[in-house]
Ligand binder design. Sequence first.
Ligand code: GLC
Length: 555
Amino acid sequence: MTKKQDLAWWQKTIAYEIYPKSFYDTAAQGTGTIAGITAKLDYLASLGVGAIWITPCYKSPMVDNGYDVEDYRQIDPSFGTMADMDELIAKGNEKGVRVVMDLVFNHTSEMCPWFVESRSSRDNAYADWYIWRDARPDGSAPTNWRSIFGGSAWEWCEERHQYYLHTFAPQQPDLNWECPEVRKALFDIANYWADKGAGGFRIDAITYIKKPAVFEDGPVDGEDGLSAVHAATANTPGILDFLHEFKAAVRDGRDIFMVGEANGVGPDELGEWVGEHGVFDMLFEFSHSHVPMGEAELWCRPIEWKLTDLKRVLAESQANTADNGWYPVFFENHDQPRSTVNFFRCEGSISDKAKALGTVLLTLRGTPFVMQGEELGYANRVWKSLDEFDDLQTRSQYEFALSEGRTEAEALAGCNRFSRDNARTPMQWDASANAGFSAATPWLPVHDDYTQVNVEAESADPDSTLSWYRKLAALRAERDELVAGSFEELMADDEQVYAYRRQGEAGAAVVLANLSGEEASYDAALVADMKLLAGTHGSTEPGTLRPLEAVVFGD
Ligand code: GLC
């Protein structure tokens, strides 16, 4: 049985995702700064957070809010300076909050000097650093692949008289990992940040780095006549060889962690990706996000789902990391809608939903990754028109919905439901103007609920979502089984309650979360001889759960 003292620091802590543009603005400019993160380190430490994953803050034209990197060794001036970043890493280390950098290694910005050079001719030093292909005889793109952000995944380059591949936006050309110099350049960048004191890395879009040996058309899967690029390029044979090389060059011998973003890897494949024989310490795989969104990730195609669908994939991930590797538990990130909307089909208070799912987030086996604002109980914002959104994927999903024959109102409803901007609205610190996020008009509108849903108000309210997170964080720190204990699912077929037992060396806990809007029941024998450690609704009657009630029992 796993003992807590044998686990690495990043297995025992709580991780927190920061979208720096929306976290805290110390420059009165409407967008967040690195100094703003440093200013809030005590807040993060008070939540039991030991690692902060900061989405890209490198120099960038910001077409995709930093996921289009121009220079991996510079901080974008909108966020501050390298001195600010050094200070954040140093102060964070002092307070036990380590900085996790986001490595965008599938592609760069079109403004990255490597690409500027590569596109200039077919015989320069960087000529092979990206994925270049000739046109078909009729001048059309080499394949019918659709980029993840819509439209063809190929862009014509007049200088080279060739097309280049972009899995995401045309301004995000894909790197050619087959080229050894590319791999070396990327590993050097990771080592640069590890040497600076980063505590780990989140590795972006990593499943797309290995392209298939033969490029051919895929089956048309939309009215636009194209085929999703990832059907051809995600998790392609040979990818793990590149990643073993990455691990040996960067991870080995360091007390850091690497978590890969791995769309296209299923829970049954985790064994090859994490753990002793794997390439990463943890893997963000998306089988549970796909339950409400669908694997095609097309927001205009609604999906019917049941709680047992969600529980089944989570149980698989738990089983596949029980003896091998470690699981990063998450229900939100900057690409997902707010979980209080995404994972619930019932009416009910947002705060109750946030507490119920937050209970699961903080007590499943693995390292919880909290998305900024999730601990406050954010809902999706109500977006009144397409113009209010910033995210480029939202625009392309809207267009795609129209191309599928949806009305404008239906297309907008899909964006309200799934837009990535739901997770990106400014952090709500207090009830003052702009939720205390910035002295200037924020780049994205603040959520209407900010006068109640904010750090200051929720800190003062013992029944708030934030107080519940703090309580559970304290419980995790106290009760070893909530960190190191095994996971055994209970009531797997139940459509209302998510229930499981965490068995540790010295004690056990049983978690029961009613994720439905109706009263639910369970066999009180599951918690016989146990006491209530925490309950969202105060004292509880063993055997029944009120709507959206969550409880943690322990012996
Ligand atoms: C990842 C990021 C997403 C970004 C994309 C392209 O999926 O999480 O935000 O748009 O990669 O870099």
